[in-house]
Design a binder for this molecule. Structure first.
Ligand code: ADP
Length: 442
């Protein structure tokens, strides 16, 4: 029904009843009694209106705590409508609070930073990623000018130029960030930050790898091309010289082959499409094979021993073989003739451990942390002389990463080195058979 009618019809009816009542009293008891009845009735109605007006004012002062009265007459309708408005408002508030909480949670999970600022760059809100990227602290910095918080000349220039359609690459707190300001609404701006430090590092590693690999391949190729040119220009070369050249060319060819094999092995180990194939590995047979290969490489120039007192483990035999033989071949190559090399397979409280000890040339402490970098060599000429590719320890590192193992290096220059591979207890093969205790020195 029309709300106007809802209001006026009952009010009119009540007024008519009062007038009729006063008229009846006038008729039976005289004009003064009739007027008094009418005035008293109007007075009561006025007091009631004032009472409800007071309740309404009270409720408006404390809408949350004060209870809305049931009301009388037209007030019933007014209060019930106010009650419905309040209920709708509470529902909207609850929805808004929930939505805000969800928005905050989503923003806090974002890997990108989001800063909301007003038109003159005063900080209103930012998510945890922005705090991390820009060194902000919302509680502390709220209401401060962002240019006073991000102290970078490039950022200041970006703000001064105001070319916000272009992102800015910013080096801040040892991180590389892509930042961009996006104006929104009339008087607000969002600053978005994207951390590209890791992507940049990977890109740099890729560039270095390509440059190093090309350089490594170019050297043997230059040698081979040189001999081929001699062969082409000097057809009457002595047979022995020709044979010597062929031998050198073959050596360089083998060097290229080793390099390419190692590069392919590294690429495979790094690929996520190539998960480690775990199988029980018979450590005795594996280490015996590594020992025989060490003897072959040493050709009798070293004393090489194996102490075997550890369990079988779960892992990829081929990968473990490649890692262990790289460590053993390094020990042979970096230990002078007459040196002693000891391979040890043992169980420790934390897990099994394979170590290779030598009393060779040793490594100065400043090189140790860089040894597993690709193509990193302490002594380039010695590495090449001994047919090193510079990738051996990088391969070891990746194999160990795939087996949840770590490499520990202890070395003293001119005294020798120990490379220890530490496996976790979880990698021990179930139902491990008793390991034969063996101490063999050859
Ligand atoms: P390379 O093919 O040059 O041996 P690696 O990655 O296997 O490459 O080793 C990196 C560098 O670490 C070597 O060039 C060498 O300088 C040093 N190195 C590795 N193992 C030993 C060792 N047992 N004794 C001394 N130096 C070592």
């Amino acid at each position: 029904m029309n709300p106007q009618l809802l209001f006026w019809v009952p009010a009119g009816l009540r007024l008519s009843l009062l007038l009729i009542g006063a008229g009846i009293v006038w008729y039976f008891f005289g004009s003064i009694a009739g007027l008094a009845t009418g005035l008293i009735g109007m007075g009561i109605a006025l007091v009631m209106q004032l009472h409800y007006l007071y309740r309404l004012a009270d409720w408006l002062d404390h809408p949350a705590s004060a209870r809305l009265p049931d009301g009388w007459g037209a007030w019933t309708d007014i209060f019930s409508r106010l009650y419905k408005l309040r209920r709708d408002d509470e529902k909207n508030q609850a929805e808004l609070t929930e939505w805000l909480a969800r928005f905050r949670q989503a923003m806090s999970l974002l890997p990108d930073g989001v800063v909301i600022m007003d038109d003159v760059l005063f900080l209103e809100w930012c998510n945890p990623a922005a705090e991390k990227h820009l060194g902000l602290q919302l509680d502390r910095d709220k209401g401060m000018r962002v240019t006073n918080l991000i102290r970078s000349p490039e950022f200041m220039d970006y703000i001064i130029l105001g070319r916000y359609e272009q992102p800015l690459t910013l080096s801040l707190r040892e991180r590389k960030l892509i930042v961009q300001i996006i104006p929104f609404e009339n008087r607000r701006q969002i600053l978005v930050t994207h951390d590209v430090t890791d992507a940049e590092r990977i890109e740099m590693m890729r560039r270095d790898f390509v440059a190093n690999a090309s350089h490594e391949l170019r050297t043997p190729l230059t040698v081979i091309n040189g001999f081929l040119e001699i062969a082409a220009n000097q057809p009457n070369l002595a047979a022995q010289t020709r044979l010597d050249h062929l031998k050198l060319m073959r050596e360089q060819g083998l060097r290229m082959q080793n390099l390419i094999d190692d590069m392919l092995a590294l690429t495979r180990l790094e690929s996520i499409d190539y998960p480690v194939r775990r199988e029980p590995v018979n450590m005795w047979s594996l280490l015996d094979q590594v020992l025989q290969e060490a003897h072959a490489l040493s050709a009798g120039r070293h004393e090489i021993g194996l102490t075997f007192d550890g369990p079988d483990i779960q892992g990829s035999r081929d990968e473990l073989h490649s890692a262990f033989s790289n460590l053993v071949s390094n020990a042979v190559r970096y230990t002078a003739a007459g040196g002693v090399i000891q391979l040890i397979w043992k169980d420790t409280e934390k897990g099994p451990q394979f170590s290779v000890q030598d009393n060779g040339i040793g490594i100065r402490p400043e090189h140790i942390s860089r040894l597993t970098e690709r193509f990193y060599r302490v002594d380039k000429s010695r590495s090449r002389e001994t047919k090193g590719t510079g990738l051996g320890l990088a391969i070891v590192k990746h194999v160990l990463l795939r087996h949840d193992a770590v490499l520990a290096v202890h070395s003293v220059p001119d005294q020798g080195s120990t490379f220890a591979v530490k496996f976790s207890r979880t990698c021990v093969a179930k139902g491990d058979r008793a390991a034969p205790l063996l101490d063999e020195i050859v």
